[in-house]
Design a protein around this ligand. Structure first.
Ligand SMILES: O=C(O)CCC(=O)C(=O)O
Length: 272
């Protein structure tokens, strides 16, 4: 995919700072400017743009959006790029420095006295073409189906992303509320309309290629529609603690299936 070797990738990625870790613990998100060098972001962008399937899907989403006259286009998502050990995604996500960054942000040492090993959780290209719709507000950990806190999600800009292109938004500090429910009940802001009174919105994010935001598994987040004529190119990836247990033993990126208990067997008894 690219000329960057494993050793070169290590030099194109930086460590998160103590201040960034502290900000993340307090707010549940942090923006990391120039997490990776623009030349590495550029190579990753070329790699994703080369994928025919994505390009074709992007074309059809554009047609949909223009004919409807409304931002109805879909996000284009393709998962598990980093699983291919020959790919640059793998060399980057599995690099020593990035894993150390993930472990420092998760900071299980704070609770357990010692760090726990990390696992690969997931990774996904998320292209948001011109006109693509908003992403509703949700918490990743509720979607993924893990049984504990301890996953960290990196959202890496592969190209410049302006707020108008549908950059994500976070509710600062809300991660401390813990799990608020999966999207099977709809948008979390609709479900909990007082959240924005209790927590502040993150500032509008403007990313340069190579900048990233990091968010906690219980961070309530979503993103508005892309109202520009440019595609927003982002790649997300998760590190999780190796001791986390998952429903059905699977990490399901776009929503582990959740069902309420059946009333016949588990009746609702109050109020009468
Ligand atoms: O890319 C987006 O706009 C949303 C991504 C997201 O929800 C996530 O990374 O969990």
């Amino acid at each position: 995919v690219s000329g960057f070797t494993e050793a070169e990738v290590e030099t194109l990625v930086r460590d998160v700072t103590d201040d960034e870790v502290a900000f993340y613990e307090q707010h549940g998100w942090v923006k990391l400017n120039r997490l990776i060098a623009p030349e590495l972001a550029g190579e990753l962008l070329v790699a994703v743009q080369e994928r025919d399937r994505i390009r074709q899907a992007q074309e059809s989403a554009r047609v949909d959006a223009s004919t409807a006259g409304e931002p109805t286009g879909e996000l284009l998502a393709e998962g598990r790029l980093a699983v291919d050990t020959a790919s640059l995604f793998h060399r980057f996500m599995f690099s020593e420095r990035m894993c150390r960054n993930g472990q420092r942000l998760i900071n299980r040492q704070r609770l357990s006295g010692t760090d726990v090993p990390l696992r690969y959780g997931d990774d996904c290209l998320i292209a948001k073409p011109s006109g693509a719709r908003a992403v509703s507000y949700h918490q990743d950990s509720c979607e993924h189906g893990g049984d504990r806190a301890g996953e960290v999600r990196f959202w890496l800009a592969l190209d410049e992303v302006t707020p108008e292109m549908g950059a994500m938004r976070f509710l600062s500090g809300v991660h401390r509320e813990g799990p608020l429910g999966s999207q099977s009940q709809g948008d979390l802001i609709d479900l909990y309309p007082r959240l924005p009174e209790l927590y502040e919105w993150s500032p509008p994010f403007h990313y340069q290629a190579g900048d990233a935001t990091i968010h906690h598994g219980f961070m309530v987040h979503g993103s508005p529609a892309n109202t520009t004529d440019r595609t927003r190119w982002g790649w997300v990836f998760n590190y999780v603690t190796s001791d986390t247990r998952y429903w059905n033993g699977e990490f399901a990126s776009w929503g582990a299936r959740r069902e309420p208990l059946a009333d016949e067997r588990w009746p609702v008894i109050y109020p009468r």
